[in-house]
Design a protein around this ligand. Structure first.
Ligand SMILES: NC(=O)c1ccc[n+]([C@@H]2O[C@H](COP(=O)([O-])OP(=O)(O)OC[C@H]3O[C@@H](n4cnc5c(N)ncnc54)[C@H](O)[C@@H]3O)[C@@H](O)[C@H]2O)c1
Length: 444
C-alpha cells in the first residue's frame, strides 16, 4: 500500500484517485477549487461518470480516500504525487500551462519528504524536464519525475483505468518509473517504459491518430454523399480488415471533448514552432470543423430559411455517458443555428444542468418527445443509448415537419423513410436519398 496525492481533482484526477484508493492505497485528492472540494467532502460528485459515485463513497467510508484544498495537508508523507490538472488550449492553440505551472510550484514548495512526481495531465513534449527544473529550483527534497499519460475515456473511465490497453511510463530515472509501475502491477496491463519526452509524445500521437481516423471517415462520408454510397457500410467493410479496425470509424458531426480538439491543436502548435509542417493534422482539424457545419447544410437544404424555425437538438454532451460539454459539437451547431435566427430546443440525459449555464437562449426540454414537439427539424448530435430506443412513430407525429438529421447515423434510413420521416444521415446517400451536391446549397 502506498500513499498517493493527486493534484487536480477533475475527471482524470478524481477517477485516478478513487481507483488507486480502491486498489488499497491511501489517496488524498487536492484541488484549488474550494467548491468542488466542499462538494466531495459532503459526499457529492461534481461530475457525471458511471460508477464513480459508488466508488468514491466506498473508499471514503474505508478512509482510503479524502479531499483537501491544502497542499501542505495533501502532500504530507506522500510517496507519489500525480499531477492531473487541466491543460486547456491557449490563444494560439498551444497547451495553456498556467495550471500545470502553478501546481508544479506548489508541489515543490510543499513536498516534505522524498516522493515521485507523476505527470498524468497531457502536457507538451519537454514538460517533464521542465517540472524536474521547477522541483529542484523551488523544492527542498529530491523528487524524480515520471510521465504517465492518461488514456481513459469519459463515460467508461473506471473500466478504462482498471483495464488499460497499456500503461506508459516515461522517465530518465528508471527506478522511479519502476516504482510507479508497481502501482499498476495488479492490473496486469502491458507496461511500456520510455524516456520522458517519448512518453509525452505517445499521448499526443495517440490522440492525433484517433482524431485522424474520425476525420478520415468524415471525409469519406462527404465523398459517399456525392457519389451515392453508404459510409456506414463502407466503414464496416473497412473495419473488418484487421489492419484497419472498426474503432473510431463512425462518420458523424465530428469529434469534440476536452482532449482531441485541444491536443491536436497543441501538437500542431508544437510541431510548427519546431520547424515542422504538420499538414495532415491541419487537415484533420479542418475536416472536423466542416463535419459540424455539414449539419447546417442539410438543415438549410431540407427546411429552407431557418429564421424562426424551431429546431430540436437531441444530445448536448460531446459524447454519451458524460455531462462534459467541452468543445461539444452541439454547442457550435446551436450557435450557428441561432445566428440564422432558428429557435432551438434541446434535451440531453446528463448535460442539461451544465448546458443551461452556457446556452441561455435555448429552451430545455424534459425528454426527446418534448424536444420533437412542434419542431421543424430534429438533429441527433450525441449517440446516447436512450435515443436508439425512441418511439420514432410518436416523434414523427409530434413534429411540425418530420425532418430528421441524424448526426450520428443511429437510425436505419429505410425504416425512417417508412415511418414518414424526411431523413438525412451522414454520408448515406445511397440509403436515404440524400440531397446530392448538398454542398452547393447556400455554401458555408
Ligand atoms: N478528461 C479526459 O477524458 C482526459 C483523458 C485523458 C487525459 N486527460 C488530460 O488530463 C488532464 C486533466 O483533465 P480533466 O478532464 O481531468 O480536467 P478537469 O478540468 O476536469 O480537472 C482539472 C482540475 O484541476 C484543478 N486545478 C487547476 N489548477 C490546479 C492547481 N494549481 N492545483 C490543484 N488543482 C488545480 C481544477 O480546479 C480542476 O478541478 C488534462 O491535461 C487532460 O488533457 C483528460
Amino acid at each position: 500500500m502506498s500513499t498517493i496525492s493527486v493534484v487536480g481533482t477533475g475527471y482524470v484526477g478524481l477517477v485516478t484517485g478513487a481507483c488507486f484508493a480502491d486498489l488499497g492505497n491511501r489517496v488524498v485528492c487536492i484541488d484549488v477549487d474550494e467548491r468542488k472540494i466542499a462538494m466531495l467532502q459532503a459526499g457529492e460528485i461534481p461530475i457525471y461518470e458511471p460508477g464513480l459515485e459508488e466508488l468514491v463513497e466506498r473508499n471514503v467510508r474505508s478512509q482510503r480516500l479524502s479531499f483537501t484544498t491544502s497542499y501542505a495537508e495533501g502532500l504530507t508523507g506522500t510517496d507519489f504525487v500525480f499531477v492531473a490538472v487541466n491543460t486547456p488550449s491557449g490563444h494560439a492553440g498551444e497547451a495553456d500551462m498556467t495550471y500545470a505551472r502553478s501546481a508544479a510550484r506548489s508541489i515543490a514548495e510543499h513536498l516534505d519528504g522524498p516522493a515521485i512526481v507523476v505527470n498524468k495531465s497531457t502536457m507538451p513534449i519537454g514538460t517533464g524536464d521542465w517540472v524536474v527544473g521547477v522541483l529542484s529550483r523551488y523544492g527542498r527534497v529530491r523528487a524524480p519525475v515520471v510521465s504517465n499519460p492518461e488514456f481513459l475515456r469519459e463515460g467508461s473511465a473506471i473500466v478504462d483505468f482498471n483495464h488499460p490497453d497499456r500503461v506508459v511510463l516515461g522517465s530518465d530515472d528508471r527506478q522511479a518509473a519502476e516504482r510507479v509501475a508497481q502501482l499498476y502491477a495488479s492490473l496486469k496491463a502491458p507496461i511500456l517504459v520510455t524516456d520522458l519526452r517519448t512518453a509525452e509524445m505517445i499521448k499526443y500521437a495517440s490522440n492525433a491518430f484517433l482524431a485522424t481516423k474520425i476525420s478520415f471517415i468524415n471525409e469519406m462520408a462527404s465523398i459517399c454523399e456525392r457519389m451515392g454510397a453508404d459510409v456506414k457500410e463502407v466503414a464496416r467493410g473497412m473495419g473488418l480488415d484487421a489492419r484497419i479496425g472498426a474503432a473510431f470509424l463512425d462518420a458523424g458531426v465530428g469529434y469534440g471533448g476536452s482532449c482531441f480538439p485541444k491536443d491536436v491543436q497543441a501538437l500542431v502548435h508544437m510541431a510548427s514552432l519546431s520547424g515542422c509542417h504538420p499538414q495532415l493534422l491541419r487537415a484533420v482539424i479542418e475536416i472536423n470543423r466542416d463535419a459540424r457545419r455539414s449539419v447546417m447544410l442539410k438543415l438549410r437544404a431540407a427546411v429552407g430559411d431557418l429564421d424562426e424555425r424551431v429546431i430540436g437538438i437531441l444530445g448536448l454532451a460531446f459524447k454519451p455517458n458524460t455531462d462534459d460539454l467541452r468543445e461539444a459539437p452541439a454547442l457550435e451547431i446551436i450557435r450557428l443555428l441561432q445566428q440564422e435566427g432558428a429557435r432551438v430546443k434541446a434535451y440531453d440525459p446528463a448535460a442539461m444542468e451544465k448546458a443551461q449555464a452556457l446556452l441561455p437562449d435555448v429552451s430545455f426540454c424534459q425528454d426527446p418527445y418534448a424536444t420533437a414537439s412542434g419542431a421543424d427539424a430534429l438533429v441527433v448530435v450525441t449517440e446516447w443509448n436512450e435515443f436508439k430506443h425512441l418511439d420514432l412513430r410518436q416523434i414523427q407525429q409530434l413534429m411540425a415537419r418530420p425532418i430528421l438529421v441524424d448526426g450520428r447515423n443511429l437510425y436505419d434510413p429505410s425504416e425512417m423513410k417508412a415511418l414518414g420521416f424526411e431523413y438525412y444521415g451522414i454520408g448515406r446517400a445511397a440509403q436515404s436519398g440524400e440531397l446530392l451536391n448538398a454542398g452547393r446549397v447556400n455554401g458555408v
